[in-house]
Design a protein around this ligand. Structure first.
Ligand SMILES: *[C@@H]1O[C@H](CO)[C@@H](O)[C@H](O)[C@H]1NC(C)=O
Ligand SMILES: *[C@@H]1O[C@H](CO)[C@@H](O)[C@H](O)[C@H]1NC(C)=O
Ligand SMILES: *[C@@H]1O[C@H](CO)[C@@H](O)[C@H](O)[C@H]1NC(C)=O
Length: 462
């Protein structure tokens, strides 16, 4: 009798157990980030919209936006094959880029440098991920997105640009940025899972548990909702980017990014502002405004910092009473006669000297080695040093680790080069670069103007 009752009740019991279990297992438990709730989607438009509309309707309202096909307007969209990219890369160390070694982002891991040519040879069959400024020699292939074609952005309102390049399958941590962001996709697909941070102030604070970097320690492939209940009851906004799309990622929106297939994107970050001066924007999308014509503040400041550092080093090692080209040659060659007689080396040293000798009086004054330089002045120094570094690097490659290598000059250290190859030059101690200059007038003094809209063709031309 008892057994019979038990048998009778068993299905009922099992059902109840199951129900209990279903209650205990929250939606998306141990699944990837974004599966824990419904997708509300995001707005999308065809191509770009004008700056006024973008700033007023999206930036000021803190609202993401997908620009379908907008990246197809940049020359990079058709030009950037692996062969083309490889053909553009200068020798080491100038052609080096930053890479990460894991496709799944891990912020405790560092980054490395590799020659971009080498990257292109191996990235399809490895886990390396290029996360690096757009190299100088590719800047003119990228058009400034129409929504950013305003005087303010062109002349210092933008901060930096980054290339994200891999054979696909990357995933970022869940994070937010203190920057506004437009990301354009030139190859492959991307999926961005967004959380509207202002909608979930309490959950957001718990999700972003790594304050120092504004990211989450949660495993993005397996969100443990029982341990992290802040991930339940959320509504997401998911953006599916296809090749040629651009995406506006609003300030502070929590997001997580995955890439699929051979994948190449370039993004621009800019700091938030309250005033956008929308009267000074291009009326139509100008195809003349490529990245080369835009002053990206952080990138320029890094270059300026490198140049200031190089000048400090030279000031320290050149005898104060003899700062002539001959003296620079003597110091840089370390008295190595073969080097002095090498025309390529001699000409590289001469170029550095000429770029530094602003008043062209044949001597480097305290002023020339110390004062704050304009963009027009520090750019040529940077270029001359990069050319010098290439020559010296090649000499080291040829010399290998032999005794001859000790007699070769060392490279000038720049922020875009591998630290390990930049042993201090002879007895230099590398001084700290001067602190960041943060005045608002930190603008190019060159007389840059946004190009005018295409002039209308006159009747004669037609
Ligand atoms: C990230 O890298 C660190 C240091 O290499 C390692 O200890 C840690 O386990 C890694 N974390 C993940 C989630 O892979
Ligand atoms: C890498 O793979 C992509 C397609 O997935 C291909 O177009 C490209 O040519 C490959 N690059 C190299 C250097 O093999
Ligand atoms: C984000 O959340 C805030 C607060 O709930 C809301 O006012 C705003 O409309 C939301 N934004 C979007 C794009 O849904």
């Amino acid at each position: 009798m008892r057994q019979a009752l038990l048998l009778l009740l068993l299905p009922q019991l099992l059902l109840q157990l199951q129900l209990l279990k279903a209650e205990e297992t929250p939606q998306g438990h141990l699944e990837e980030f974004g599966k824990q709730g419904p997708n509300l989607g995001i707005d999308q438009v065809d191509g770009f919209i004008p700056p006024q509309e973008f700033i007023n309707e999206y930036v000021r309202k803190n609202k993401p936006l997908l620009f379908k096909g907008a990246a197809k307007l940049s020359p990079a969209f058709n030009k950037w094959t692996d062969e083309y990219l490889s053909s553009m890369v200068p020798p080491r160390p100038a052609g080096d880029i930053f890479i990460e070694h894991s496709k799944k982002e891990n912020r405790s891991q560092g980054y490395n440098f590799v020659h971009f040519k080498k990257f292109l040879e191996i990235y399809n069959t490895s886990n390396i991920y290029m996360v690096s400024d757009v190299p100088e020699y590719l800047l003119s292939d990228l058009l400034l997105p129409f929504p950013l074609q305003c005087r303010l952005f062109i002349r210092g309102g933008l901060d930096t640009h980054v290339v994200w390049f891999s054979s696909g399958g990357t995933s970022s941590v869940i994070h937010h940025d203190a920057y506004e962001n437009i990301n354009c996709l030139y190859r492959g697909r991307k999926k961005l899972v967004f959380l509207n941070t202002t909608k979930y102030p309490e959950q957001a604070e718990k999700i972003i548990d790594r304050e120092e970097g504004s990211f989450s320690s949660v495993d993005v492939d397996k969100v443990d909702v029982t341990k992290r209940p802040e991930f339940s009851g959320l509504e997401f906004h998911i953006a599916e980017m296809e090749t040629g799309d651009c995406l506006y990622i609003p300030l502070f929106w929590i997001h997580q990014v995955r890439s699929f297939e051979n994948n190449l994107a370039v993004n621009i970050w800019w700091p938030p502002r309250t005033e956008y001066k929308l009267g000074e924007c291009m009326p139509q999308y100008s195809t003349k405004l490529n990245f080369n014509r835009v002053y990206f503040k952080t990138i320029e400041n890094n270059i300026r910092g490198d140049v200031d550092n190089i000048r400090l080093v030279l000031k320290a090692i050149l005898p104060k009473d003899d700062r002539t080209e001959a003296s620079l040659m003597k110091i840089l060659s370390g008295g190595n006669e073969a080097l002095v007689a090498n025309p390529e080396f001699a000409s590289a040293v001469s170029s550095i000297f000429k770029a530094l000798d602003l008043n062209m009086d044949g001597e480097l004054s305290d002023e020339e080695l110390g004062r704050k330089l304009t963009r027009k002045d520090f750019r040529p120094i940077y270029k001359a040093v990069a050319a010098y570094n290439i020559i010296v690097y090649r000499m080291h490659e040829t010399a290998g680790n032999g005794p001859e290598a000790d007699r070769l000059p060392k490279l000038f250290r720049t922020s875009n080069s591998d630290e390990s190859v930049f042993a201090p030059h002879r007895t230099w101690t590398q001084p700290e670069p001067p602190g960041p200059e943060e005045e608002e007038d930190e603008m190019p003094t060159d007389d840059w103007q946004p190009p005018q809209a295409e002039p209308e063709k006159s009747k004669d031309e037609l």
